[in-house]
Design a protein around this ligand. Structure first.
Ligand SMILES: O=C(O)CCC(=O)C(=O)O
Ligand SMILES: [Fe+2]
Length: 366
């Protein structure tokens, strides 16, 4: 796939992230469509059509939040600062909030806790997951450092807005798939119990002579992801056998939206959950600490990850094909904790054990 020319990104506003060196213009970038939240809210027919194509072809697109998404952008800006404060806490304090031994992926994951490839290399980032259910009082609260506990109102505002974006995406997909009204939205209610979470990520600069993957290749596990990037480093692997990893260039005032495995399962592969990973930021950006902020939306805990009935667009199962029938909660736990070396030792290297929809993601068109 040709990856050098990216008309969409060329027409986008130039970088203006505070203090960040520019994203270089000599690295291959992914041909993500650039969609406008305002136009999607207005159901502009061309924009809705481009949206549908983006979800089927790459499963990733930029969303310009200017206007209706201004408060989400402002919350994200504040949360980037909270993220920096959070990771500045002493390691001993952060480790108190690693809940993996309670079979939970909420809370802190230390640097190097996950295997990133089949050779057993370890990750180069730390992250912290905050549960939507906790912040909205749908579940008991998790213990949290003051840096986060004192920001519950901000987190609530951010989650409410990010979930609003997710709901719009689900409405548009529900319409496109001709599913019975609200089928997708009713499986992803803000007040339902789910694994939805905000993730703060920090990846420090890597040594010049030893730069590699900081977050291993994966497809997201849930339904819709809303991602905020400042520095480059995120890469997607477009579909097709000869595909090459390409960077996703961060754009000011835009979120990066991508679909997860659940959407592939619901639509029997019609929608795409694309493989991606994070490497050292390109060019001069490599000397800077990379922070990112993510909202992961997942189906409610008891939803079965199976092909949905009631759509004339979702392809039928193969003859005699039987689906696994795993629920969302178990699927997310299996996928989220499966690469923890402390939990699984050598088995953490076995990618097939906790496979998502990667094979479908790599299938070629034509
Ligand atoms: O940091 C990023 O840009 C992407 C993170 C990501 O893909 C993830 O946490 O699933
Ligand atoms: Fe991801």
């Amino acid at each position: 796939m040709a990856t050098k020319t990216v008309p969409e990104a060329l027409t986008a506003p130039t970088q203006g992230f505070e203090g960040a060196p520019p994203f270089p213009d000599d690295v291959p970038t992914a041909p993500l469509l650039r969609l406008s939240l305002a136009r999607l809210i207005d159901r502009d027919p061309d924009e809705v059509d481009r949206f549908g194509r983006a979800c089927e072809d790459l499963g990733f697109f930029y969303l310009d939040l200017t206007g209706p998404g201004d408060s989400l952008l402002a919350d994200a800006d504040q949360l980037f600062r909270v993220g920096a404060e959070l990771f500045d806490l002493p390691l001993k304090e952060k480790k108190k909030y690693d809940f993996m031994h309670k079979q939970s992926y909420f809370g802190y994951k230390g640097y190097g806790a996950n295997v990133v490839d089949r050779s057993g290399n370890l990750d180069r980032n730390e992250f912290y997951n905050v549960s939507k259910d906790d912040i909205f009082g749908v579940s008991d609260p998790w213990p949290a450092p003051v840096v986060l506990d004192s920001r519950r109102a901000l987190l609530k505002s951010f989650i409410g807005s990010a979930h609003g974006i997710v709901t719009l995406v689900l409405q548009l997909l529900n319409d496109r798939l001709n599913l019975p009204p609200n089928t997708l939205q009713d499986m992803h209610r803000l007040e339902g119990q789910s694994g939805d979470q905000v993730r703060f990520i920090k990846a420090p600069p890597q040594p010049l002579d030893d730069r590699r993957t900081s977050l291993g290749e994966h497809s997201d596990f849930g339904s819709v992801t809303v991602l905020f990037n400042r520095l480059g480093g995120l890469q997607v692997l477009p579909p097709g056998r000869d595909a090459q990893w390409c960077y996703v260039k961060p754009l000011l005032n835009h979120a990066i939206i991508n679909l997860g495995d659940a959407m592939v399962k619901f639509t029997n592969g019609l929608l795409r959950s694309n493989i991606h990973r994070v490497v050292a930021p390109p060019g001069e950006q490599a000397d800077h600490t990379r922070y990112s902020l993510v909202y992961f939306n997942r189906p409610e805990n008891d939803v079965l990850l199976k092909r949905l009935d009631g759509s004339d667009r979702i392809p039928p199962l193969e003859k005699d094909e039987v689906e696994e029938g795993i629920n969302s909660k178990d699927w997310i736990i299996r996928r989220a904790l499966g690469h923890r070396i402390a939990l699984f030792g050598k088995d953490a290297l076995n990618y097939d054990r906790i496979r998502g929809t990667e094979e479908q993601s790599q299938r070629a068109y034509l």
